[in-house]
Ligand binder design. Structure first.
Ligand SMILES: NC(=O)c1ccc[n+]([C@@H]2O[C@H](COP(=O)([O-])OP(=O)(O)OC[C@H]3O[C@@H](n4cnc5c(N)ncnc54)[C@H](O)[C@@H]3O)[C@@H](O)[C@H]2O)c1
Length: 223
């Protein structure tokens, strides 16, 4: 998005992640960083106001933050972890939409892309909270896309298969192997491949499609 001239605000709860991104993008213009906890509506509202103060408006929203939680079968899954995974990944996504969408409606323009996962379509064994969260993100996308269809606002979701990031690599090696082995392309998704699709969905050119799911699963899901 930066390469294409967007003015970007990165929100994250983790100051270390923010500092690392600041260092990597040191010489980049058009970028701002805000510490935001998407699980906390008040923090999200503050982040929204700070971003609008900085840039005047929000045309594009990428709902990316989530946590994956531990690997365990449903009946053995720790209840507090289950709640936290859902609260950050699904309720957090709702918080951000709740805060940002009224500003998009005011301008009659917006492009929202929600990060779901192949887990939300297929349900990964040993990742019930994450799978349920990501299925919830798909349903939220469909509801919001329809709610906002009479405005020039598009709401779509993507469903990546595993890509190499901190989150995915934090899981058990046998779990990583199991989900990678299910990909007909026989490799992980590259981050630039996800970025290309997300960037297009966030453009003005994406003027018709909304409430839809775009697959990034290397052939694992065929719907
Ligand atoms: N990596 C994969 O294999 C994969 C596959 C499918 C879908 N996804 C989805 O892609 C998105 C990005 O995943 P990633 O692999 O880059 O994860 P990541 O853990 O590398 O990055 C997620 C970021 O979210 C931040 N975050 C966590 N909780 C937060 C909160 N409460 N408020 C604000 N920020 C918070 C973290 O600090 C982190 O910087 C997620 O929605 C994930 O579910 C990832």
């Amino acid at each position: 998005m930066l390469e294409n001239g967007a003015q970007v605000a990165i929100w994250d709860i983790n100051e270390k992640e923010i500092q690392q991104a600041q260092q990597e993008l040191e010489k980049t213009e058009n970028i701002a960083f805000f510490k935001v906890d998407i699980a906390d509506l008040d923090s999200v509202e503050k982040g929204t106001s700070a971003t609008i103060e900085k840039y005047g408006k929000i045309d594009i929203l990428i709902n990316n933050a989530a946590i994956v939680g531990p690997n365990a079968n449903t009946w053995e899954y720790p209840p507090e972890d289950f709640k936290q995974v859902v609260h950050i990944g699904l309720v957090g996504t709702y918080h951000v939409c709740k805060a940002v969408v009224p500003h998009m409606i005011e301008k009659n323009y917006g492009r929202i892309v929600n990060l779901s996962s192949v887990a939300g379509k297929e349900g990964n064994p040993g990742a019930p909270a994450y799978s349920a969260t990501k299925a919830g993100v798909l349903a939220l996308t469909k509801s919001m896309g329809k709610e906002l269809a009479s405005y020039n606002i598009a709401v779509n979701a993507v469903t990546p298969a595993i890509a190499k990031t901190e989150m995915s690599m934090s899981q058990a090696p046998e779990f990583i192997e199991m989900i990678t082995s299910k990909i007909p392309r026989q490799r992980m998704l590259e981050l630039h491949e996800a970025a290309s699709m997300i960037c297009w969905l966030a453009t003005e050119e994406n003027s018709f499609t909304t409430a839809a799911t775009f697959d990034l699963s290397g052939g694992r899901t065929t719907y």
